[in-house]
Design a binder for this molecule. Structure first.
Ligand code: NAP
Length: 311
């Protein structure tokens, strides 16, 4: 199998924590180039650029991973596809649904691959939860995603700007699990969003969902003001009485109180295995289901102003 020669655009936290080491450990990929607006370089990359447009001019680069904030992803991805590169999109895949649709269409036109990555889906516990729930009617869903923004996003101003998604930056990970495991689609029924007086993105959100069938009690609570223990849990109860609980961001699964899966997350290894498969067969994978829920939550959300937030 051919090795995919790849470039990384944006050397921030996720590029350094996950993309760089995972690419290095995957023999199907060779890191050829990086681009960093701050001028960072990386020892594994043959070429380093400050402007991603220079990276896109390299004829040997087959694909790029775009690890920037979402507000600039569409423009970069568009130029990459037009330059003949396949594209891996960090989550959230764009700033708006229309931008993502544009990329899907452009990838088809250019014959290149576009891949929306939802890292939280790449957990065995999530796969097992999906299997366990298949075919059952759902009585209750409770998503509790509460973390300390000061700890996890220090100095990241873009998440507080419009298009940065605020608490939905982590919350969309939970929603990507929900859309993966639920046996039928869920819709946003109500949404209430708390915006700090000095910010353009929400610090907390409460959602309720509906389904086409049934009258389940389906809720999600996202909060960025959690200090002490952090919570990334999803509980589901079926009409037949099965109790399922995903914890630790989707890496552990309990069914009826018994631990079924408990694994160290290896999400990005799974992402790059999938990207290799997609590049090899030349197919795009565009999953906009989690993104649509967030768009709907903003569209019908009631907004409440809360205390100003300082880092
Ligand atoms: P980050 O640490 O702020 O890194 C983003 C990087 O993008 C910046 O450091 C900068 O790197 C580059 N950049 C910033 N503005 C840019 C612009 N206008 N044009 C081009 N590049 C720009 O953020 P992050 O935590 O890595 O998150 C990036 C994306 O990954 C987000 O969508 C986030 O949701 C997703 N993600 C993050 C995590 C996590 O744990 N942090 C986990 C999963 C997914 P250079 O100076 O090198 O260009």
């Amino acid at each position: 199998m051919a090795v995919h020669r790849i470039g990384i655009i944006g050397l921030g936290k996720i590029a350094q924590d996950q993309h760089l080491p995972v690419i290095k450990s995957n023999p199907d990929f060779e890191l050829l180039a990086v681009s960093s607006t701050r001028g960072l370089s990386h020892e594994d990359a043959k070429y380093t650029f400050q402007d991603y447009r220079e990276l896109l001019k390299l004829p040997d680069v087959d694909a790029v991973s775009i690890c920037t904030p979402p507000q600039v992803r569409h423009q970069i991805a568009r130029e990459a596809l037009l330059a003949g590169k396949s594209v891996l999109l960090e989550k959230p895949p764009a700033a708006t649904l229309s931008e993502l649709e544009d990329l899907r269409v452009l990838a088809a036109k250019t014959g290149k691959v576009v891949f929306t990555t939802w890292h939280a889906q790449y957990n065995k516990a999530v796969d097992e939860a999906k299997k366990a729930l298949a075919g059952w009617s759902i009585k209750r869903l409770l998503v509790t995603w509460k973390e300390d923004v000061r700890h996890w996003h220090p100095g990241q101003q873009w998440i507080w700007e419009a298009g940065g998604f605020g608490v939905f930056d982590p919350g969309i990970n939970a929603l990507s699990i929900v859309t993966r495991i639920m046996p039928e689609p869920v819709f946003i029924k109500t949404s209430s969003l708390e915006f700090p007086a000095n910010r353009d993105a929400p610090i907390a959100a409460n959602l309720t969902f509906s389904m086409s069938h049934g009258q389940g009690d389906l809720q999600a609570v996202f909060d960025w003001r959690q200090t002490g223990p952090q919570t990334w849990d999803i509980e589901v109860e079926t009409e037949a009485g099965m109790q399922l609980k995903l914890t630790h961001g989707g890496s552990c699964l309990e069914i009826n109180g018994r631990v079924v899966v408990q694994e160290e997350p290896a999400e990005y290894q799974g992402i790059y295995r999938r990207f290799d498969a997609l590049l090899t067969i030349g197919h795009s994978e565009v999953d906009d289901a989690p993104f649509r829920l967030v768009a709907d939550a903003f569209m019908i959300g009631k907004r409440e102003q809360v205390d100003a937030f300082e880092d």
